[in-house]
Design a binder for this molecule. Structure first.
Ligand code: ACM
Ligand code: ZN
Length: 623
């Protein structure tokens, strides 16, 4: 992957990243922030006498009611009753109803009212009720101690999403995660109203989905002898690694996702990132192999041979099984990072280029993707692919996932193709989220919470007519250096909260100061849920401007947290509560060693940031 080359640790002043308008205070700690919120001081008390009432004969609402009762039980220790909604005004009830009063809410919107008589969630569709429930859960305290009741603040919320595709990708090809963890991942997505799980199921380093017709894909292609765990290609462990999802497990996960109104979009990579399949079936390659499962990260040159009819037969068989397993109307076919080396010297590929009147290997890739698109259309499935599918000509009905920046998205939208924006510099959650010396190993890059939050998915280069093709936005968790479920959580949280607000909330309502404040409430929830979230937002960025001539420097200290209490020193001593509190940029004589940390309620809550400021070489170093 190109990302491997991107180990540039920019010591940038991240505070210069544009924060959105700072408007009025955002009273409730809801993420993503709703379209309209009115909050009032009194509270409704949920107690043993409260009843959840749902429309009769609606199994979907019954299920949501049970989830709601479960969430309340987790807090108060007992289940409240669920009964059928017969209409009328029954006090002390929580009503879930599709008897809506506003048609502007669309398929996913909802209205949530909490008042003295109780709580009511209304929507056009059960999906809206489900999102109302997610908001409701965020009105509850993270914990209630021993109390047997819970107080819900009076509020009037009207809400609906900005984008239709609110995605999150997990790369299970490079590292295998359990079915239980995939379910957790789906729960996390649901909590933030994300609705599209992009499941990256096949890679050079592992094939993870059972295909009945080709058992060697998982007998052979799902297993490898070790894993590269650090930068150097020599840093490979000897721990056999692998795993795959049986078709029964896939169905189980798809059903679990459906209960959370999440579409699972499977990705079957082609023509590149396919070495695991070629290890199992080398006859599908240009050279015929044999191949070994790779242990080191990076792009592999051996890819499917499009000169060989057998390749298409194989992929059509695989996609036939995949199409039957996933109700999603769209299937991801990869398309990224396919080196053309083998095709250039393969007689079969060259013969195909000639026979089809293609100009070059890029057009051969385009031929490949178009053939697959045509096949999948016979199964009533459209394709989505990474932005390389633009090269050599886009397949007529393809959606483009823009990852190498925003240009692919712009080009596709201008050609009136649907687009999902996932530019690596804003949406790749395998990047660092803080100063690398504070962080576990990541692929590279620098993607702070603030930078995720600042992302605007509709490129300025598009006209209003073209902008409608931007269907949404997606975060991607690639797993070269993410080798446990706990680390997925660390890389995902809290950035997924910022991404969710990019995907859901209207830009005029985004508010970086308000978001940081609301995140304090979210962190309490993560603690209560046992999520291994990153606390890097509390770490201090030390921006240093050296005035070498006068042997001094101006120091600016920032964090990605709300109103941080930062204590600092300039004499290399450890910052403590007794150290000066940072208020505004300050000057210090140089050389100096600057240390700082964030404190809360008398306790240090961040790591200690350190910079050695040396005017002699007009530079400073961290750690
Ligand atoms: C990608 O990151 N290769 C899509
Ligand atoms: Zn070939």
């Amino acid at each position: 992957m190109k990302k491997l080359l991107a180990f540039i640790f920019l010591l940038i002043n991240i505070s210069s990243l544009s924060a959105q308008n700072t408007g009025e205070r955002q009273p409730l700690s809801i993420v993503p922030y709703p379209l309209s919120v009115k909050a009032f001081a009194p509270k409704f008390i949920v107690s043993r006498h409260t009843i959840i009432r749902v429309d009769a004969n609606n199994a979907d609402l019954q299920k949501i009611a049970q989830t709601m009762a479960g969430a309340l039980k987790d807090l108060i220790g007992y289940s409240i009753a669920i009964s059928t909604n017969k209409g009328g005004n029954v006090p002390n009830s929580i009503v879930l109803t599709l008897n809506h009063t506003a048609d502007t809410l669309g398929e996913e919107g909802y209205r949530l009212s909490v008042h003295s008589g109780g709580i009511i969630i209304r929507a056009n569709k059960s999906q809206g009720i489900f999102y109302g429930l997610q908001t409701f859960k965020q009105l509850l305290p993270a914990k209630v101690g021993n109390a047997s009741t819970v107080a819900v603040p009076f509020t009037e919320i009207i809400d609906k999403p900005r984008f239709k595709w609110r995605g999150s990708m997990l790369d299970v090809g490079r590292y295998f995660y359990s079915v239980d963890f995939i379910k957790k991942y789906l729960d996390y997505m649901a909590m933030y109203k994300l609705n599209t799980f992009h499941w990256h199921l096949t890679e050079d380093h592992g094939w993870r989905i059972e295909i009945k017709k080709y058992p060697k894909l998982t007998q052979v292609g799902a297993w490898r002898a070790g894993t590269q765990y650090d930068r150097s290609p020599n840093q490979v462990d000897n721990n056999p690694h692998g795993g795959y999802y049986t078709q029964d497990q896939v169905r189980e996960i798809v059903a679990y996702a459906q209960d959370r109104y999440i579409t699972v979009v499977p990705e079957i990579e082609m023509p590149g990132h396919s070495l695991a399949a070629l290890v199992a079936y080398p006859e599908l390659s240009c050279t015929g192999g044999p191949f070994k499962m790779p242990l080191q990260w990076g792009i592999q040159k051996d890819v499917y041979c499009p000169g060989n009819e057998q390749t298409f037969k194989f992929l059509e068989d695989v996609l036939t099984e995949v199409a039957a397993l996933f109700p999603s109307p769209i299937i991801h076919i990869g398309g990224d990072e396919c080196p053309k080396d083998r095709w250039k010297t393969c007689p079969k590929c060259q013969a195909r280029i000639k026979a089809e009147g293609l100009k070059d290997e890029h057009e051969l890739q385009s031929y490949f993707i178009k053939r697959i698109e045509n096949f999948l259309l016979t199964k009533n499935k459209r394709i989505i692919g990474w932005d390389e599918i633009l090269e050599g000509g886009l397949a007529p009905n393809a959606t483009v996932m823009s990852w190498r920046g925003i240009e692919g998205g712009i080009a596709a939208a201008k050609q009136h193709h649907d687009v999902v924006m996932t530019p690596s510099n804003f949406m790749y959650f395998d990047y660092y989220q803080g100063e690398p010396y504070h962080e576990p190993i990541a692929i590279g890059g620098m993607l702070t919470l603030e930078k995720v939050y600042a992302y605007e998915p509709v490129p300025a280069a598009l006209s209003a007519d073209e902008a409608v093709y931007i269907k949404g936005v997606q975060a991607n968790v690639w797993s070269e250096f993410i080798h446990s479920a706990e680390k997925v959580e660390y890389m995902l949280f809290p950035r997924v909260a910022a991404m969710a607000e990019v995907a859901w909330t209207q830009p005029r309502l985004k508010n970086w100061e308000g978001f940081k404040e609301r995140m304090e409430g979210q962190y309490k929830r993560y603690d209560a849920m046992g999520i291994n979230y990153s606390k890097s937002a509390y770490n201090v960025w030390q921006n240093i401007k050296i005035d070498a001539l006068n042997k001094k420097a101006t120091i600016t200290l920032t964090t990605n947290s709300s109103r941080p209490e930062i204590h600092y020193t300039t004499d290399a001593s450890e910052p403590a509560l007794t150290s000066p509190v940072y208020k505004t940029p300050f000057e210090t004589r140089t050389p100096a060693i600057i240390k700082s940390a964030t404190f809360k309620n008398g306790k240090q809550i961040s790591k200690v940031s350190v910079s050695a400021v040396n005017p002699e070489n007009d530079a400073f170093e961290t750690h």
